[in-house]
Design a protein around this ligand. Structure first.
Ligand SMILES: [Zn+2]
Length: 98
C-alpha cells in the first residue's frame, strides 16, 4: 500500500490517497480529506482500472465522473489531476517492483 498527499489549489485542503495496486490493471484507492466537497467519497474503497485512468481524457475518466457526481465545485478543483497523478506514480512503482 502506498500513500500520497497533496493540496487542492481551489479547496486548499490536504487530500490523502491510499493506493493499492491489485494486479497489472486494477488499483484500489481510498481518499482521506477534511475537504467538505469530497465527503461523500471519503474512506470509500474505489476500484479503478489504473492504466485506463492514466490514458483516458477527463471526459472518458471513470474517476472524474465519480468526482463530478459528488463534488459540488469540480470546476477549478485540482483533485482529479492530483489523484490521476498519484495513480500514475503508483503504477510506475508497481511496474518497477514487478
Ligand atoms: Zn478541490
Amino acid at each position: 500500500m502506498c500513500k500520497y498527499a497533496s493540496k487542492c489549489t481551489l479547496c486548499n485542503r490536504t487530500v490523502e490517497v491510499h493506493t493499492e495496486q491489485q494486479d497489472m490493471n486494477t488499483v484500489e484507492i481510498k481518499i482521506s480529506s477534511d475537504c467538505p466537497n469530497l465527503q461523500p467519497l471519503i474512506n470509500r474503497l474505489i476500484c479503478l482500472d489504473a492504466i485506463y485512468e492514466v490514458i483516458a481524457s477527463k471526459e472518458q475518466s471513470f474517476l472524474y465522473g465519480l468526482l463530478k457526481q459528488h463534488h459540488k465545485q469540480i470546476e477549478g478543483c485540482t483533485v482529479y489531476e492530483m489523484i490521476k497523478d498519484f495513480i500514475g506514480q503508483n503504477l510506475g512503482r508497481y511496474y518497477e517492483l514487478a
